[in-house]
Design a protein around this ligand. Structure first.
Ligand code: LER
Ligand code: MN
Length: 271
């Protein structure tokens, strides 16, 4: 069964949530009322975040957490696994280590997206080797904790390497990644990078462990030109049984997201 989640944020606001960090409780209530199974939580760091309380609020609303979105630390704290300075790489690993501990408590994945950005001109092969090495302690810790790390395929305008489903599989093979390393496939990025949605799903196979839904213009699904129903059907027919998570801009409006998310989930579940 495919689970549904949407982006909410714990402390710093994000363009990808219809609720601010201060409105987290309303956001959780909205998810529950709209028929979502879980939240996807943006967490920069754990200062001022009480995990026991967060877990209690999720439980209260009958929600899980699908993945911890970690990218805020790129802009806010300048973190990256591929920074030139060893100290920054170490701090990034430590931050991911905290995320992995919390993910084990929330039974969620941990996302690695913007945290694999590099400011150096690396060839694809160099990039893949360096990323594999930088991630290694996190992969081992995650394995011990029963946590899956999902590496997000990001389009060429946002990231130097690993754009397409094929790139992601090349990286997993080169790094001999264990099964707890998977791929986050975001259909907004895939629309730019993958030749064909169904073929990309097929290429990723069992490594596909999390999916972001937004339309071609990053608006709420249905307000751009992506074949949302076909993509969902292809996921379902492939046996995909992880989450489809709404990660779109508040476009055409915040109200659209708030009002139309429930009907969208009902519609997709019926396909
Ligand atoms: C994050 O999931 C994402 O898709 C990025 O484009 C955000 O910068
Ligand atoms: Mn995404």
């Amino acid at each position: 069964m495919i689970r549904f989640s949407a982006t909410l944020t714990c402390r710093y606001d994000t363009l990808f949530s219809p609720f601010t960090a201060n409105e987290l409780e309303q956001g959780l209530a909205w998810l529950a009322k709209s028929g979502f199974d879980a939240a996807e939580l943006c967490i920069n760091d754990y200062e001022g975040i009480d995990i026991a309380r967060l877990k209690q609020r999720l439980d209260y609303h009958g929600l899980g957490c699908t993945t911890i979105a970690t990218g805020q630390a790129r802009k806010l704290d300048g973190l990256s696994l591929l920074a030139s300075g060893r100290a920054i790489v170490e701090r990034t690993r430590q931050r991911l280590s905290e995320h992995i501990d919390v993910a084990a408590q929330l039974a969620s994945h941990v996302t690695i997206g913007s945290l694999r950005a590099t400011d150096r001109a690396l060839s694809k092969t160099q990039y893949m080797h360096e990323l594999a090495e930088a991630m290694q302690p996190c992969v081992e810790q995650a394995q011990k904790c029963g946590v899956t790390l999902v590496i997000e395929a990001l389009n060429r305008y946002e990231m130097a390497h690993l754009h397409s489903a094929e790139d992601m599989m090349e990286f997993l093979t080169l790094s001999d990644a264990p099964e707890n390393v998977g791929v986050l496939w975001d259909i907004f990025h895939a629309n730019i990078e993958d030749r064909d949605f169904a073929a990309a799903i097929d290429t990723l196979g069992s490594r596909l462990k999390h999916v972001h839904f937004a339309d071609s213009n990053r608006a709420f699904p249905g307000y751009g030109h992506l074949p949302i129903d076909d993509i969902y059907r292809a996921l379902k027919n492939s046996g995909y049984h992880h989450a489809v998570s709404l990660e779109c801009l508040c476009a055409p409006s915040t109200q659209t997201l708030i009002e139309e998310a429930g009907p969208l989930i009902t519609h997709l579940r019926g396909l």
